[in-house]
Write a protein that binds this ligand. Structure first.
Ligand SMILES: [Zn+2]
Length: 166
């Protein structure tokens, strides 16, 4: 119930009013369906990433948002909500005083996979607790930046999930 009410709040907050969107409607229904089967943190991150991608709010994930460099060789990467994407090691160090979120190659890889992945297959993904927590923090900040306000049901759901998944 908590996960479903968060999903409703998320979709309702992100969609532009009065514009019919059959694909988004399908995703919304599919989201309720999968939450009935398993409302895990990973499934919720998957839904967040999918709805963001479908509405065109995908951050820059393929290269550094600041200098354009490929990220593969970078030992440390961060996520800049302000710039809307991932930052390479050099740019992260330069921008250290700005509010950068911790990020990792695993979190980046999972984000990219979740955009394309069929919802029914999300539970097969293997992800470390650390990457899951990084995605949670980054998506929270990213959503606040898009909406200008925090979603009310997100912290309630987070509390319930962390108690259930401990
Ligand atoms: Zn850079």
């Amino acid at each position: 119930m908590t996960a479903a009410s968060y999903w409703s709040e998320l979709v309702a907050s992100l969609i532009p009013e009065g514009e019919p969107d059959p694909d988004l409607f399908q995703l919304t229904l599919a989201g309720f369906h999968i939450l009935c089967l398993s409302a895990t943190s990973l499934v919720i991150r998957g839904l967040e990433i999918k709805v963001l991608a479908q509405l065109g709010y995908t951050p820059l994930l393929e290269q550094c948002v600041s200098c354009g460099q490929k990220l593969t060789e970078n030992p440390m990467i961060t996520f800049s909500v302000k710039h809307g994407g991932v930052m390479c090691t050099v740019c992260s160090n330069k921008a250290a005083l700005q509010n950068l979120c911790n990020f990792s190659h695993e979190a980046l890889n999972i984000w990219q996979q979740l955009i394309k992945m069929d919802l029914s297959k999300i539970h097969r993904l293997r992800i470390t607790a650390r990457a899951l927590s990084i995605l949670d923090e980054v998506i929270e900040e990213f959503l606040i930046a898009q909406l200008d306000y925090p979603l009310k049901s997100r912290p309630i759901l987070k509390k319930m999930l962390s108690a259930a998944e401990e």
